[in-house]
Design a protein around this ligand. Structure first.
Ligand code: TXA
Ligand code: MG
Length: 340
C-alpha cells in the first residue's frame, strides 16, 4: 500500500474517532475496541448517557460500570482517596488489562451502582486511547454484550448483538487479550482480586510485595463478573477431564462438540475443535469460539478442563461460569432466551 493511501486511511480513522467523540458528547452510546473485549461506552459525566448503557445492556442498575480514563493522572478526578499503591500499579500496568477499584468515588452514583467505590482503567488498544484523548473526559463502559452473555472480541460480535440499537461501533480488529481485565480492589487494607484476568495474582504480588486475596462470589460484592452463572453460551457446557473425554460415549455424538486442548490423538465421532495449548492464545480465542459454536446448536459442548496452573486461572474462571447452569442440571437456554 502506498503512503498516500495509508495517509488517507489514517485521516478516515481519525475522522471516525472524532465523530465518535462528538456522539459521546451528545449523550449517545458508542461501542469501541479495547485490548480485552469491546466496550459499550458513554460519557461518564452524563447520567442520561449512563442510563442508556443500562437500558441497552439490560443490566440491573446496581451493577457498577468501569470508568475508562486516559492515565494515572486522572485518578484523583474519580476518587478522592487515591493511595500510593494505586498510582504505582497504574504507572506500571496501564495502559493494560487491569481495573482498579478505589474508595471514595467521585463518580455519579448511577455509574457505581450506589456503591462508594469506583472502578477505573486505562485500556491499551490504540483506538480506545485515541477516543479517550479526543473526548477528553472519562468513558463509562461495560463489555458490549447483553447482561450475562459472552463478551465480544470482534466488532461483528457487537453488531450481531446491538447493531440496530447503538449509534456507532468503532472497528478495532480482534481483541489482543480476549478476556476481561483483572479487577483489583484497593478498598480495604488487603488488596483483593475481584475478577481474575491475564494479569495474574502472582504478577501483582511480585510488584506490590504484599499478599493479595481473591474474592469468592459469596462475599456479597456487587460485581456482575462475580455472579456464578455469567459469560454463558446458550448451549449447555460441561467441563471434562482428558481422561473422561477418552471414555465418553454420548448418545448423539454428532450433536456433541468437544473443545480439546491441542489436536485429538485419535478420530472421534464427535465434532472436535482443537484449542490452543498455551493460556494466552486460548484466552484470545475462547469467546469467539464459544459464540461460533453456540450458533450451531449442538446439544452439548464438552470442554477439556485446562491445567490447574496460575496462568490458566482466568480461562478456567470463565469456563466455570459458562458451565454453571448446565452443570446444575438446568434446561438449555436456547428456548428460554434468558437475558441477565
Ligand atoms: O476488560 C474490561 O474490564 C472490559 C473492557 C470493556 O474494559 N469491561 C468490562 O466491564 O468487563 P463489565 O462492566 O462487563 O465488567 C466490569 C466488572 C463488573 O463485574 C462490575 O460489577 C465490576 O467490574 N465493578 C465495576 N465497578 C466496581 C466497583 N466499584 N466495585 C466492585 N466491582 C465493580
Ligand atoms: Mg461484562
Amino acid at each position: 500500500m502506498d503512503s498516500e493511501n495509508l495517509n488517507g486511511e489514517k485521516a478516515d480513522a481519525d475522522a471516525i474517532i472524532h465523530q465518535a467523540a462528538k456522539q459521546l458528547e451528545k449523550g449517545e452510546v458508542v461501542a469501541f475496541p479495547t485490548e480485552t473485549v469491546y466496550g459499550l461506552g458513554a460519557d461518564a459525566t452524563n447520567p442520561h448517557a449512563i442510563e442508556n448503557i443500562f437500558r441497552i445492556k439490560q443490566r440491573p442498575p446496581d451493577h457498577p460500570l468501569i470508568v475508562h480514563i486516559q492515565g494515572p493522572e486522572d485518578l484523583p478526578i474519580w476518587s478522592s482517596k487515591v493511595c500510593n499503591a494505586a498510582y504505582a500499579l497504574a504507572e506500571r500496568f496501564w495502559p493494560g488489562p487491569l481495573t482498579l477499584i478505589l474508595p471514595e468515588s467521585r463518580a455519579h452514583p448511577s455509574i457505581t451502582g450506589g456503591q462508594t467505590s469506583v472502578g477505573l482503567r486505562t485500556p491499551r488498544h490504540p483506538v480506545a486511547l485515541k477516543l479517550l484523548k479526543s473526548f477528553g473526559r472519562g468513558i463509562a463502559a461495560p463489555s458490549a454484550n447483553r447482561f450475562g452473555r459472552i463478551s465480544p472480541t470482534r466488532a461483528d460480535h457487537v453488531r450481531a448483538e446491538f447493531g440496530n440499537v447503538i449509534d456507532l461501533i468503532l472497528e478495532g480488529g480482534d481483541c489482543e487479550v480476549g478476556l476481561e481485565s483483572t479487577i483489583l480492589s484497593l478498598v480495604s487494607d488487603r488488596p483483593t482480586i475481584l475478577r481474575p484476568g491475564t494479569l495474574t495474582r502472582q504478577e501483582l504480588e511480585d510488584f506490590l510485595k504484599t499478599p493479595i486475596e481473591s474474592a469468592t462470589p459469596t462475599q456479597g460484592l456487587r460485581a456482575s463478573g462475580l455472579l456464578e452463572s455469567h459469560y454463558a453460551p446458550s448451549t449447555p457446557l460441561r467441563l471434562v477431564s482428558r481422561d473422561e473425554l477418552l471414555h465418553l460415549k454420548p448418545k448423539n455424538p454428532q450433536k456433541t462438540v468437544v473443545m480439546r486442548l491441542g489436536r485429538p490423538s485419535q478420530p472421534s465421532p464427535m465434532f472436535e475443535v482443537p484449542m490452543p495449548e498455551n493460556s494466552r492464545d486460548y484466552g484470545k480465542a475462547l469467546y469467539a469460539t464459544l459464540r461460533q459454536l453456540d450458533q450451531r446448536r449442538f446439544e452439548q459442548m464438552l470442554v477439556e478442563t485446562p491445567p490447574a496452573e496460575e496462568e490458566w486461572i482466568a480461562v478456567l474462571d470463565r469456563l466455570t461460569r459458562a458451565s454453571h447452569e448446565s452443570m446444575n442440571g438446568a434446561e438449555p437456554t436456547h428456548s428460554r432466551k434468558v437475558i441477565r
